[in-house]
Design a protein around this ligand. Structure first.
Ligand SMILES: NC(=O)c1ccc[n+]([C@@H]2O[C@H](COP(=O)([O-])OP(=O)(O)OC[C@H]3O[C@@H](n4cnc5c(N)ncnc54)[C@H](O)[C@@H]3O)[C@@H](O)[C@H]2O)c1
Length: 398
């Protein structure tokens, strides 16, 4: 098969963020090309034009296409012949910049892959959803944990009723790196994440609880109804929460909890989820992502390994694998699965064909809006002593 089917060429990518010393931009750049379906040709790698140009060789981006802002990027890329121009923009910058970058790119007709939380606040997210609808671009949000093969396997198992009716969900994202006031040192990632002007109204809950909540929604497909939350700031002087727990009541009567921490000694990226159904339960852990434990009373515990050739794997799980079992797949591959699914939609769009925008394999603009609603309602509930507030957004998908 030719690269990208009838398009018969690689998709051209621009990266925003990812400048020297940054974290997730490099992951985007790597994941985007893992399947040889895209090439990184341009970027606004930093908000500073000189730094953007200095970082360009690290990605083999020609210096002439390393821009100082999204506005320069859009203007100069639109001026290029169509066979050189970018197809999509990836947004890997701090939260307060996502909206302007994503909106500018979408309004110019470029597809967008945006990191989470999608925007700075809910109002921006809802406005961005309008822009995306109007422009007709493909929009994915890198809630990358939904890209793990066993997460997709679980989604299909739950949708097909293998676990029965879902009664309970416990989602966690536990870290320890902000146990001290790291933000007072030179650590850039800690500095903006704990700054309400850059991170948003939540710290830990905006940064990582959103991933855990999204995972619960994605795996179960259950629609939420109300939420109660308590947020805490344990490091004295820190402006945003560094710990919290939310209780989510789902429409079907299920009860969920989301707990996130940045202050738990020695914990790295310990995100895990436990789901209890009337016929069985499962546990999946991102630090050991190639195995999932499925249990039923009176039966031996089953360990589902990520094995594309094994009969226990379903279509969704199998389709998300690249390697034979036993060769660990992890963060990059899961991230690349978000890109892979978004590329399929980009190709349909390039061919002028309709493509799904709501019930997508990849997290989309609707999930991005839901993430911002989650943050807003958690903060509001916490400020009200944990009152239950509505949590089902009109744009929520099943
Ligand atoms: N999906 C995930 O697993 C995951 C993991 C880490 C971070 N993130 C998200 O990715 C984003 C970036 O996080 P990070 O840890 O990589 O941050 P970082 O501080 O390491 O990197 C941010 C980069 O963006 C650049 N930048 C800042 N403003 C810019 C602008 N206006 N235009 C262009 N570049 C600009 C900075 O110079 C830097 O190179 C955040 O929204 C974060 O929440 C997601």
């Amino acid at each position: 098969m030719t690269t990208n089917g009838s398009l018969n060429r690689k998709l051209r990518m621009a990266l925003c963020g990812g400048g020297q010393g940054s974290f997730i931009g490099r992951v985007h750049a790597t994941a985007a090309v893992l399947d040889n379906r895209a090439v990184l040709v341009a970027g606004a790698l930093s908000s500073n034009a000189e730094k953007s140009k200095a970082s360009a060789p690290d990605y083999d981006i020609p210096v002439a296409r390393a821009y100082g802002s999204i506005h320069e990027l859009v203007e100069k890329e639109l001026a290029l012949p169509a066979d050189q121009r970018i197809d999509f923009v990836s947004v890997a910058t701090p939260n307060h910049t996502h909206f302007e970058i994503a909106k500018t790119a979408a309004e110019a007709g470029f597809n967008v892959i945006c990191d989470k939380p999608m925007t700075f606040d809910l109002k921006q997210a809802e406005e961005l959803a309008e822009v995306v609808k109007k422009s007709g671009v493909v929009f994915a949000v890198t809630h990358n944990y939904t890209g793990y093969p066993l997460v997709r396997q679980a989604r299909q198992m739950i949708a097909s009723g293998e676990l029965g009716e879902i009664n309970a969900i416990r989602a966690f994202y536990i870290q320890g790196w902000l146990r001290t006031r790291l933000e007072l040192s030179d650590q850039k990632q800690a500095a903006w994440r704990t700054d309400p002007k850059k991170s948003g109204i939540a710290g830990c809950f905006g940064d990582i609880a959103t991933h855990a909540y999204n995972l619960a929604r994605y795996m179960t497909g259950l629609l939420p109804e109300t939420i109660s939350c308590h947020l805490k700031t344990f490091e004295e002087g820190r402006a945003l929460d560094d710990y919290g727990t939310a209780i989510v009541k789902f429409e079907n009567g299920a009860l969920g909890t989301v707990t996130a921490s940045q202050i738990s000694h020695g914990r790295e990226n310990d995100m895990w989820i436990e789901i209890d159904g009337t016929k069985g339960s499962l546990v999946w852990r991102q630090e050991e992502p190639n195995a999932m434990v499925v249990r039923a009373n009176g039966q031996p515990h089953k360990i589902y390994t990520r094995d594309p050739n094994a009969p226990h794997m379903n279509d969704m799980g199998r389709a998300a694998c690249r390697l034979p079992s036993g060769h660990p797949e992890a963060f990059f591959e899961a991230f690349a699965n978000i890109y892979r699914a978004a590329y399929d939609a980009m190709i349909l769009r390039a061919e002028g064909k309709p493509f799904e925008t709501k019930d997508t394999v990849y997290p989309n603009i609707h999930d991005g809006v839901e993430g911002m609603y989650f943050i807003e309602q958690c903060v509001a509930s916490s400020q009200q002593g944990g009152s239950f507030l509505p949590i089902k957004h009109p744009l929520a998908r099943k």
